[in-house]
Design a protein around this ligand. Sequence first.
Ligand code: ADA
Length: 555
Amino acid sequence: MIRLFETHRLRETQELDGMWDLTMEGFDRKYTMPVPGCWEQHPDFLSHRGRGTYTKKVYIKRSSDIRLEFKGVSHTADVYFDGKHVVDHYNAFTPFSVVVKNVCEGEHEIKVVADNTFGEHSALHIPNDYYTYGGITRPAALEYVNEVYIENIRFTPSCENGVWSAFTEIKVKNSSDGVRTAELRAELVGCCLSSEAEIEPRGSRIFRFEQRFEDIKPWTPQSPELYYLNAVLSENGIDKDDLIERVGFRTVEVKGTDILLNGERIYLKGFNRHEDYAVDGCAVSFQHMVQDMELMQGANANAVRTCHYPNDERFLDLCDERGMMVWEENHARGLKLDDMLNPNFEKQCEDCIREMIENHYNHPAIVIWGILNECAAETAEGREMYKKQFEQIRSMDSSRPVTSATCRHFTDITLDLEDVVSFNMYSGWYKDCPIDERNDQEIEWIRKSGGDNKPIIVSEVGAAAIYGYRDRSRCKWSEERQADLIRENLEVYMNDPRITGVFIWQFADCRVTEEGEWFATRARCHNNKGVVDEYRRPKMAYDTAAEMLAKYGGI
Ligand code: ADA
């Protein structure tokens, strides 16, 4: 399952989930492996870092151009079709696709070489406080595409004096060598659009439409109304391709120190969530995504932060349906300046941001974009990279605010660049200090350092506990102390009118890499700050979080 709704009725799609053959460099036997999935679920590869070659035979039932789409391969993919290299991609967390021209009817082979090794070739996947798995970790599909086809749809809603409008951009690609005339029609909420245009050989054209809508229902966390935008492309009056998008009517803006959704102040309260589940690794199954949603909403969360990378679209679809607001961010965690000066860093970040926004733009649940969690924001060179990435996001999407979670307290020199200031704070865990005093110092510094008159979010707050470790001394690492610290911190942050959101670190325990010496402070080679463990077994802190998130904070 690629998405939670059908994206095509006309274009034929064949999902590539199922068993693929796998050979692993350094291993002399053949394996079969489930896709989507991590190779770490196999007993021979529990902690394997290397290059695995997946192959699958596919039968193409009629000659056609074939579009291959991968929603995520961890962390680098080299893809071959009948032995010919057709595309490569870096980053486990963003989709990529390729069109293979003129494929004849019959049996063909798709080969994917997945690489999860660390080194200079990988500036973002590095030894870290989360695990980089290996494999074809998100769904994949094969599509029969016409030479002229719909590449994507961007939907931008707006509201003026209570009247909703939308700006719809439909990008059509002509992969043939001749000029083609594309006839396009689209339907949304009973309103029909149509247009016709010539497209140059191997070129593309964006069809732009502006519309007003009378009786639509807006998307809100309490009432997440969704609508289908159905685009069909014809040539000479014959329907040849289609694309269905699911959209919501909502606006997000920053006004002084508030974040407004449809003109109303919102208070974001919820969890940081890694895509990691005990036996699934990062290839979290759909039913486990639903379980996570039930548990987070069951704890009165109205928001989730996709720490620290773009998420699986099925989870974002679920957020759209459940009214769970999302802070989605590009892939980066705790990179020092040396890491950011890796020659691959800037392009790998730029590609990740582009792919994140191109693919996730239409999700109404995403209300804010984040970048560069706890990276070198205290340095002049780092500031230039933050500036460039905020500019890239704003050039692609002016409909959402931008932020970055900092831990460079009192030294961060990027607060003036963002729309919303966010900071990570572990008062009582890493530092025993009075929470309220430390909070006052932080906000006073923010206001004097470029963050004046901006919304403030506490993007991380929490403590660790080993599931099942109970201790009446309430010492650190006990479930009792984790619950105490979450209560004490949220009492301060959720009662502070200067703060417009709080994300608990973190929803569930997640695996971390042994490399990079994380083992020393991460018992079990896990980040144990979840309010549930990696099997989603609630700790005492789960109930404390639920109580606090219900008690305080806006909607
Ligand atoms: C940082 C970081 C998180 C996690 C957390 C922790 O704030 O952003 O990814 O590492 O610290 O558990 O200490």
